[in-house]
Design a protein around this ligand. Structure first.
Ligand code: AMP
Ligand code: MG
Length: 414
């Protein structure tokens, strides 16, 4: 492992990519599935392969408002005779006559006797006689039956997350109920004697419990059900009771705080009594300490207490674990290579997830800069950022203009 060989790495730190691939081997996709209404399927993960039940589109239809006709007729007739109409939902039912055309609207069926549509702007009506500018080819402006796909062709696969587009695609093939993996439940709590819930007064030395809210937000974005077990004091029996309660009702138990070297002992001791626990020291900044284990049937993840560290480890470790458990295939986040607007100072040794702002400079080119101070307790750095700047483990200072890897916080339409 690179971390052990290089003199500037702290020994025993595991590269986060290696940690996640080992942890992924230890979790499984939920087995249970359920059938739900399409209207309630946003964010859920398909547990069945779906094929087209009909040709798409199901019939030849017009891509334009205009006139449908036979292209060959234009060589013999200077104007075509209007013999009817085809509206969306109301097909023309008459018979073909040589030298004829029908008025047609977008989405309306193209009568079988015609092979071309010309847009209205390229036609001229004089009573019933329509002068039509010839198109280049037959079939122009017609969306042909089955051109998108044929009945029986695969449309969506098991493991697809249903987004707005998928809801529309499912409706296109007439599906109103879908089989999805059952919803995961995550139980979470914060640990620390210094933490007070929002809405209460702070005594000297106390701080508000912010992690529970950033974690709640990330769980909601991850599309799982959640159980909020509050703040638990650094007290062995309180922690034990919280672990038991959490494990009895969740697929994954998530805690923040109490996994760093100073205060890990309680958590470690109780978790090893109640289940299994491994402490990980990852070569990642922020977020070095991380705990993983099992509590009964539940998977356990212990995030570090520093607010940015807990978000970074959730992003890097918990998100892929949850994705696998929910039935999603592993898909690395979108990474861009972008020039740095200002130098970054870094010691080699850990992969750094700096908070970045991705924007366009005056020349219209993408560039990225950090949000400023990168303390692992400074949560505003996360809210100012729109991306992570990921600096490799062995990288040192990085001058302005260098290309750096960037992972935007939000993908298109996600
Ligand atoms: P710990 O991981 O418990 O050693 O905590 C590391 C740092 O994160 C300390 O400064 C804690 O006060 C802080 N911290 C721990 N849990 C939370 C939380 N839920 N909300 C805000 N800060 C926290
Ligand atoms: Mg603590």
């Amino acid at each position: 492992m690179q971390a052990k060989q290089d003199p500037c790495c702290q020994p025993g730190l595991m590269h986060p990519d290696q940690a996640i691939s080992q942890l992924l081997d230890q979790v499984r996709t939920v087995q249970d599935t359920e059938v739900i209404q399409l209207s309630h399927s946003l964010g859920r993960v398909l547990a069945e392969d779906l094929a087209a039940t009909l040709d798409l589109p199901p019939f030849n239809n017009s891509a334009m408002d205009g006139y449908a006709f036979r292209l060959a007729d234009l060589t013999q007739h200077s104007a075509l005779k209007l013999i009817g109409y085809s509206f969306a939902g109301h097909a023309f039912s008459g018979d073909y006559q040589p030298g004829s055309c029908v008025r047609i609207m977008t989405g309306a069926p193209v009568p079988d006797c015609y092979d071309t549509v010309q847009m209205q702007e390229k036609t001229q009506a004089d009573g019933e006689m329509i002068t039509i500018e010839p198109t280049h080819d037959t079939g122009e402006n017609i969306r042909a039956r089955g051109e998108e796909m044929r009945a029986g062709a695969p449309v969506l696969k098991t493991g697809t997350q249903i987004g707005a587009a998928e809801m529309g695609v499912l409706a296109t093939i007439g599906v109103n109920q879908v089989r999805v993996y059952r919803q995961l439940t995550v139980a979470f709590f914060s640990t620390g004697d210094e933490l007070r819930p929002v809405g209460s007064e702070l005594a000297p030395g106390q701080i508000y419990d912010s992690n529970r809210y950033s974690i709640l937000g990330m769980l909601q974005q991850a599309g799982v059900d959640w159980v909020d077990l509050g703040v638990i004091q650094d007290d062995p029996e309180a922690i034990r009771a919280a672990f038991q309660k959490a494990a009895s009702q969740a697929d994954l138990v998530l805690t923040s705080g109490g996994v760093s070297v100073g205060d890990a002992d309680f958590t470690k001791q109780i978790l090893s009594e109640e289940g299994e626990i491994t402490f990980w020291r990852m070569a990642i900044k922020p977020g070095k300490p991380f705990a993983f284990g099992r509590l009964g049937k539940a998977v356990f993840c212990g995030l570090p207490g520093n607010p940015v560290s807990s978000m970074v480890t959730f992003y890097k470790i918990v998100t892929p674990l949850l994705n696998k458990m929910r039935g999603l295939p592993q898909r690395p986040p979108l990474r861009l290579s972008v020039p740095l607007a200002k130098a970054i100072y870094k010691h080699p040794g850990r992969v750094e997830y700096q908070r970045g702002i991705l924007s366009r400079n005056e020349a219209g080119e993408l560039e990225v800069t950090t949000t400023g101070s990168q303390g692992s307790g400074m949560l505003t750095s996360m809210s100012l950022a729109n991306c992570f700047i990921i600096l490799p483990q062995m990288q040192g200072d990085t001058p302005a203009g260098s290309l750096v890897d960037v992972e935007p916080f939000h993908g298109i339409l996600s």
